[in-house]
Write a protein that binds this ligand. Sequence first.
Ligand code: CTP
Length: 399
Amino acid sequence: MTLKGREVVLGVTGGIAAYKAAEVVSRLRKQGANVHVIMTKSAMEFVQPLTFETLSNNPVVTDTFDRRAPWEVEHISLAQRAEVFVIAPATANMLAKMACGIADDMLSTTLLATKAPVLVAPAMNTGMWTADATQHNMEVLRSRGVQVVGPGAGFLACGDVGSGRMSEPQEIVAAVENILNPKLDMAGLKVMVTAGATRERLDPVRYMTNDSSGKMGFAIAEAAKNRGAQVTVVAGATTAKEPDGVSIVRIESTRDLLAAVTARAPEMDVIIQAAAPADYRFSVQHDQKMKKQSGAAIVLELVENPDVAAAVGQMKKPGQTLVGFAAETENLMENAARKLDKKNLDMIVANDVSRPGAGFNVDTNIATLLTRKGSVECPLQQKAELAQRILDQVLELRK
Ligand code: CTP
């Protein structure tokens, strides 16, 4: 009984997969959860409320204006009572309403009012799922912290084969368990993550930098914190949303990064370097704004910066786990393997940044996690998911 006494609100929307939501209720109940079902009007075209009422042993909430059902005016209390709010199946229409904050029926109204974590299990035809509008809505929802399970690929009711199939009830229940009983397998560990781009000043108003947004590093920091670790982030310039509940140290240049990281490294159990430090800096940093040279060319000299990861590798203490990234545009695995050795890392996350959906400034990534024992392929996935896979491997290495 992993969910004993936990309050789960399940919204069922109108898709053929609505019948599978019945099994979700039944599995949640078997784990001890108290389940409240809200159905949209179109969901009721597919499954009778009585099915859910019987399985949940609670009244099913259907429409705000049904005067026979006194509990329905209390939907706000349901929104407050929910410890997790699940939408399964979530139609394209429901996802679009959520993305826009539309509240025009019982389910969308309750959902808009809730502060509980929200989990959606999309289910629709492949064309609808891959439509730009739906994908944009998913991005909006994800950026607000809505969690997503599936959809999987397979044979769809419309006869198509492709993605859009609702996740299986056991996967949905597993996702609920993850939210309500997060695994604290990093409790007691001190983790330092570097993130973002460094800036190398030329003068007070100009600098050299790169495209790193900090998304990957912040995703790792957030995931490690959620798994119970005590997390410090050393961050350069970032555009991604800062994670809550971690301590953030801001730096500007690669040399600042070196100082901040090496000062803290000895006390860390795990160090993950996702920052993109500038490899070079200007040999001269001007105190005053540089002036135009009346038509003459300016030659700027660059000198090499210290390699932070290599410095951390040199001072590595027994029991520490060091992870680096390799951003490459060619010869990915050879270059990554070389960096793993040269920087004395335990694992390197090899990224071909030239592939669509990978690298700087996007929400997804494609990577190979390379250790001395072997490698794990991570196909195109959200950076938040890749963060979890990286941490799984870190713990594997520490066994
Ligand atoms: N890194 C670092 N200090 C630097 C450059 C990189 O600590 N001055 C770290 C990055 O945070 C990353 C890893 O080293 O974890 C690899 O970075 P990458 O830019 O891929 O490699 P470089 O060492 O810069 O090598 P190259 O320029 O040859 O690709």
